[in-house]
Design a binder for this molecule. Structure first.
Ligand code: GAL
Length: 663
């Protein structure tokens, strides 16, 4: 069958869709947290269809549907699964498949989102819950309209093993598929459209952005009480305490029931912790033990294969969601549990069900694999929503369309540089990533890792295996406390950045390439609109930092750095390099008064920051119960604080301005 031109329909402002045959298999965006945020999309800058329509085609080839999209020689392609070593996926082949990351950017990863964002200012999503193979500018066709030059290796110095292709080719098991194109004009606009079309980004509860600590595998309630007391004695804050598999009576497979010996009175423990401002988060994986009370009810609703001898319930079935949901609500949510860590939904072939496994919903094993983490995020988020409580948790496997779910992706890999690259790349895909801290080979490494995690969506020590504590390396305890303290101070800024994720789709953590495609760094990133974070790695005394156009100031002392595209910094062990855009305004919490903010202005330029606040815990903001305050500085350092919306009790009443840069 010959290639057919795709027919594009505009679904919302700047979002187009084409369908090849009628799709009966599950689509990723059907699992999104909410419907497209049409109103927000309509306020974005106008965008025309970004591709040459006649060059967007599909073809049915040997049981596969193949798509082809035009590609210019200078385009860079970001995204294509959560990558940990690469920024630009161009010139590679990605087999996007749910898996634990195996050390190679080949498409097998914790978030195998079939989405690419072009430096040309648009994005393409293959909205299918299947393994998607993307030839990102590698497949050169004989009938190419812009063929690469034929070179001779014997004579031409610029001969390359990868002649430039004029197309992206995408193949997946056929015959149907739906594709979406998100317009720009900038790459960041395209990402924003994708996030908004998925319902907008998540807004975590305020406590979720505090400090987290996960305790060792087999901790008992007595161990937990001791750990909490230790935190207090050492003067470290703790907002969330995570329990690992030992809280359950059986794990791998799981019962989701409290172990009667280690946790005889979970309700009392939960209450005690909440009274100290500490929330519990529970580890689980989705494989149901024969010992679980809910096993028999789930047995007829499960797939054909077991994982760790446990059921794999088919959560596409409402009955299955109901069984797990009822048990979780009764035994966990009702006593105050704040959320979950959804482990092992990402794969490793030898553990998971095979692609030929069957499921009662009729979804194939491959489809369930690509979406299992999404189903669980949906189920658990909705459970909390029914109680009008926000949750925040972790998930090890997710996919496109998940921006609205309050879950942060993590991994068993542990390379610090890869972790930061993951943080940069997560922003393209509408997912959140944490470079969680477990152990370290030296005090220096410990501190460097803690500094980075404090500038991420989830500031957490995962001591499940190592039993580490923030003070595990006494020689840097004081600097660790400072890093955690800085995160706490930046919370009003970070919370407002998340509000932007929700309301206008801007990812709170994102690669420099979304500021300027020329900035190819994978070891520095933006947190919110004004703060540039450049982590240090063990063994490094100094590093280079790429600065986007405009002037930048040092966060700590407000000094403007040289007006250059690149600077070298030697920050010392105690500090993580941070830079603020000229005119940047950062609202910082103060230590003594929770209603007071220190509002810092950096550089010499004018600037505006929209401070968001609400009750921090419920979904009432969706009904409009939130406040917006415009913090503005005009040319002659005239600072104003203008309430632009007041629809909830105000969190902040005092604003103390501080001009960080000397005139
Ligand atoms: C791993 C997970 C770890 C820890 C452990 C407990 O799969 O990534 O963070 O939870 O399981 O068994």
């Amino acid at each position: 069958m010959a290639a057919t031109r795709l027919t594009w329909r505009e679904m919302a402002a700047g979002v187009w869709c084409a369908e090849v045959a009628e799709q009966s298999s599950p689509r990723l965006l059907d699992l999104a947290a909410g419907p497209p945020a049409r109103e927000a999309l309509a306020t974005m800058p106008a965008a025309g269809f970004p591709l040459a329509g006649e060059r967007t085609v599909s073809e049915q080839i040997a049981g596969r549907v193949v798509l082809r999209f035009p590609l210019r020689p200078d385009e860079r392609l970001y995204g294509l699964g959560l990558q940990f070593r690469t920024l630009d996926a161009r010139n590679s082949v990605r087999g996007l498949r749910m898996d634990h990351y195996g050390g190679q950017d080949n498409g097998r990863t914790h978030a195998p989102c079939p989405l690419y964002v072009s430096s040309g200012g648009y994005a393409v999503l293959v909205d299918a819950a299947r393994t998607v193979t993307v030839h990102a500018g590698t497949a050169v066709r004989l009938d190419s309209t812009h063929p690469p030059r034929v070179l001779d290796r014997n004579r031409d110095a610029d001969w390359t093993p990868n002649p430039v292709s004029d197309a992206v080719e995408i193949a997946l098991s056929g015959p149907s598929v739906r594709v979406l194109v998100f317009g720009g004009p900038t790459p960041l606009d395209a990402v924003r459209r994708y996030v908004l079309y998925s319902g907008g980004g998540c807004l975590p509860p305020r406590w979720g952005l505090g400090f987290w600590h996960r305790v060792p595998l087999k901790f008992s309630d007595a161990d937990v009480r001791r750990e909490v007391a230790d935190f207090r004695e050492h003067g470290f804050p703790l907002e969330v305490l995570g329990l690992e598999p030992g809280w359950q009576s059986h794990s791998y497979p799981c019962t989701y029931q409290w172990d009667p010996e280690r946790y005889p009175e979970p309700e009392t423990l939960c209450r005690e912790l909440l009274a100290q401002g500490i929330r519990l988060n529970l580890w689980e994986n989705p494989y149901v033990s024969p010992e679980a009370e809910i096993h028999d009810a789930l047995r007829p609703l499960a797939g054909s294969h077991a994982v760790w001898c446990g059921l794999v319930p088919d959560y596409a079935l409402p009955e299955a969601r109901e069984v797990l949901g009822r048990q979780h609500d009764r035994e966990h949510l009702a006593i105050g549990v704040s959320g979950y860590k959804i482990d092992e939904v990402d794969g490793i072939d030898a553990w998971l069900w095979p692609d030929h496994a069957t499921f009662p919903s009729g979804h194939t094993g491959e489809e369930v694999r690509q979406t299992y983490g999404l189903w669980l995020q949906k189920l658990l988020t909705e459970l909390f929503r029914r109680r009008n409580r926000r949750t925040y948790g972790l998930v090890r496997g997710t996919n496109a369309g998940a921006a609205g779910y309050p879950y942060v992706v993590y991994s068993d890999c542990y390379d610090h540089r890869e972790f930061i690259a993951g943080l940069c790349n997560s922003g393209f895909l509408g997912v959140l990533w944490t470079p969680e801290v477990r152990g370290a080979g030296s005090a220096e490494e410990w501190l460097r890792r803690i500094q980075s995690v404090c500038f991420s969506p989830l500031a957490m020590i995962n001591a499940w295996a190592d039993g580490t504590k923030p003070w595990s390396f006494p020689e840097v305890e004081h600097a660790v406390r400072e890093a955690i303290g800085l995160r706490r101070r930046l919370l009003p800024y970070l919370y407002s950045a998340f509000a932007r994720y929700h309301f206008d789709g801007t990812p709170p953590f994102r690669a420099m390439a979304l500021e300027d495609p020329a900035l190819e760094a994978l070891d520095q990133y933006m947190m919110g609109d004004s703060l540039l974070v450049a982590p240090m790695f063990a063994g490094q005394q100094s590093r280079q930092v790429l600065l986007p156009p405009g002037r930048w100031a040092d966060f700590y002392n407000g000094e403007l750095v040289a007006d250059a595209a690149e600077v070298t910094v030697t920050p010392g062990l105690e500090r993580i390099p941070l830079f603020v855009r000229d005119g940047g305004i950062l609202p910082l919490a103060t230590d003594d008064d929770p209603t007071a903010l220190e509002v810092r202005h950096y550089g010499r330029g004018e600037g505006t920051f929209v401070l968001y606040d609400d009750d921090g815990e419920t979904y009432d903001y969706e009904q409009g119960a939130y406040n917006l305050t415009e913090l503005r500085v005009t040319g002659d350092r005239d600072a104003t604080t203008v309430p632009v919306r007041q629809s909830a009790p105000a969190t902040y009443r005092r604003f103390e301005w501080r001009f960080m840069t000397q005139t």
